[in-house]
Design a protein around this ligand. Structure first.
Ligand SMILES: *Cc1c(COP(=O)(O)O)cnc(C)c1O
Length: 398
C-alpha cells in the first residue's frame, strides 16, 4: 500500500501518488525505487548517450539521452513530488530552467517581475528575451498595488521571487495568484531561496515553480542544476518540448548529486534556519550593525505574510554595516569560517558583498533605488555550529 504511493514512473507525466506521504519520505523515495535490474538502493548514474532497441522503433521508453535518462527521470519525479506538482522537468542550471520557461511566451507578450530579482534572471530578461520582443516591467511585488499599476492587456506572466535576493522581501502568493488569474496571467515563482520544505507556491495558486538546484536542493556547493515544476498541462508540454529541443539537460551525475542532496533537505533546512534565527538575533543586537533583513524577525515588513505561506524562514540574512563600502567590505574579508563567495544554500556558510559581487551588474542608481546599499552584506548561513558562526561574525565586525 505504502509502496504504491511512491510509485512514480521515471520521467513520466503521471501525477506522483507519493503526495500523501511526508516530505522526507518523499524526498528519499519518490521516483527512486531500488534499481529493478540489480536491486541497487541508490538510483544508478545511467552514464549513457543511447539505448539499444529490441527491434526497429521498439525501445524501453529510452531512445537518446537528451530526450530521456533514468537518473534525470528519477530526479524529475522526486522534485515534482516535493513541490506537489504533477510534472517535473530538469535542466543543466537554474538559468537553463528559466530560459526554457520563457519559451512559453511570444513576441509582444508582457511580463511583470519582482524588482529585487536574481541578477542572472534580470540579465537574461533584459539582454536576451527583450531582443526577442518580450516586454518587461520590474516592480516591488511585496506591494501588489505596484503590480496592478503596470498591468497591460498583453501581460502574460507574473515572475515572482519570495523571499527576494538580497533584501528578502516577501510577496503574498495567494493574493498575487488571485490578481493574476482573474486576468488570465500565469504566476511563476522562483522558489530557490525558500525550497519546497518551507514553501510550496503551487499550493497558494502559483502555476509554475522554478529552481536553481545548485543551491539548497543540491545543498553541498558541488553541482549546478535547475528545474521547472508545474501541474499545468500547457506549460508542461511547452517546457518539456523545449527541454529536448533546446537541450540544456543535466548530466546523469549531476542529477544523481541533486537526488542525493534532496534526501537530507529537511534536516539541513531545519539546521540552516535554527542557526539563522540565532545569528539574526545576534546581529540585531550588535552596535556596528545598522539594519538586519531576515523575514523571521517580527519587525520585517513581510513577517506576517511569510508566516502565512512559509513553514520556516530559511537561512539567508542580509545586514547593513554602520559606515559604508569600506566597512562592509572589511567585514566580508575578515570572516574566517564564513567563506567569501557568491552562491548560497550549501552546508558551508558563505558571506558576500551584493553591491560589489552578486549585484555588481545592476547599475548603482538602480541598486540604490531598490535599497541595495554599499553597506549591505549577505550571508548564507550554513549548518556548522551556531556559536562558532556567531564568534566568527563577532570578530569580523570588530
Ligand atoms: C542561483 C539562482 C538562479 C540561477 O541558477 P543557476 O543554477 O546558477 O543557473 C536563479 N534564481 C535564484 C534565486 C538563484 O539563487
Amino acid at each position: 500500500m505504502l509502496k504504491e504511493k511512491l510509485e512514480v514512473k521515471m520521467g513520466s507525466a503521471e501525477r506522483p501518488k507519493a503526495k500523501k506521504l511526508g516530505f522526507s519520505t518523499r524526498a528519499i523515495h519518490a521516483g527512486q525505487p531500488p534499481d529493478p535490474s540489480t536491486g541497487a538502493i541508490s538510483t544508478p548514474i545511467y552514464q549513457t548517450s543511447t539505448y539499444v532497441q529490441d527491434g526497429v522503433a521498439q525501445h524501453k521508453g529510452y531512445e537518446y539521452a537528451r530526450t530521456q535518462n533514468p537518473t534525470r527521470g528519477a530526479l524529475e519525479a522526486c522534485l515534482a513530488s516535493l513541490e506537489d506538482a504533477q510534472y517535473g522537468i530538469c535542466f543543466s542550471s537554474g538559468m537553463g530552467a528559466i530560459s526554457a520557461l520563457m519559451n512559453y511566451f511570444q513576441k509582444g507578450d508582457h511580463i511583470i517581475a519582482s524588482d529585487d530579482l536574481y541578477g542572472g534572471t534580470y540579465r537574461i530578461f533584459e539582454k536576451v528575451f527583450k531582443s526577442y520582443g518580450l516586454e518587461f516591467d520590474y516592480v516591488d511585488s511585496s506591494n501588489l498595488a505596484n503590480v496592478e499599476k503596470v498591468l497591460r492587456p498583453n501581460t502574460k506572466m507574473l515572475f515572482l521571487e519570495t523571499p527576494t535576493n538580497p533584501l528578502l522581501k516577501i510577496t503574498d502568493l495567494a493574493e498575487a495568484s488571485k490578481l493574476a488569474h482573474g486576468r488570465n496571467i500565469i504566476v511563476a515563482v522562483d522558489n530557490t531561496f525558500a525550497t519546497p520544505y518551507w514553501q510550496q507556491p503551487l499550493n497558494f495558486g502559483a502555476d509554475v515553480v522554478v529552481h536553481s538546484t545548485s543551491k539548497y536542493l543540491g545543498g553541498h556547493c558541488d553541482v549546478v542544476g535547475g528545474a521547472v515544476l508545474t501541474s499545468n498541462d500547457k506549460i508542461f508540454e511547452r517546457v518539456k518540448f523545449c527541454q529536448n529541443a533546446v537541450g540544456s539537460v543535466p548530466g546523469p551525475l549531476d542529477a544523481f548529486l541533486v537526488l542525493r542532496g534532496v534526501k537530507t533537505l529537511a534536516l539541513r533546512m531545519e539546521r540552516h534556519e535554527a542557526n539563522a534565527r540565532q545569528i539574526a538575533q545576534f546581529l540585531k543586537g550588535h552596535p556596528k550593525v545598522k539594519k538586519v533583513y531576515y523575514p523571521g524577525l517580527p519587525e520585517h515588513p513581510g513577517y506576517e505574510t511569510a508566516k502565512k505561506q512559509m513553514k520556516g524562514f530559511g537561512g539567508m540574512i542580509s545586514f547593513e554595516v554602520k559606515g559604508g563600502l569600506e566597512e562592509s567590505k572589511r567585514v566580508c574579508e575578515a570572516a574566517e569560517i564564513f567563506s567569501l563567495a557568491e552562491s548560497l544554500g550549501g552546508v558551508e556558510s558563505l558571506i558576500e558583498h551584493p553591491a560589489l559581487m552578486t549585484h555588481a551588474s545592476v547599475p548603482k542608481e538602480v541598486r540604490e533605488e531598490k535599497g541595495i546599499s554599499d553597506a549591505l552584506v549577505r550571508i548564507s548561513v550554513g549548518i556548522e555550529d551556531a556559536p562558532d558562526l556567531i564568534a566568527d561574525l563577532e570578530q569580523a565586525l570588530a
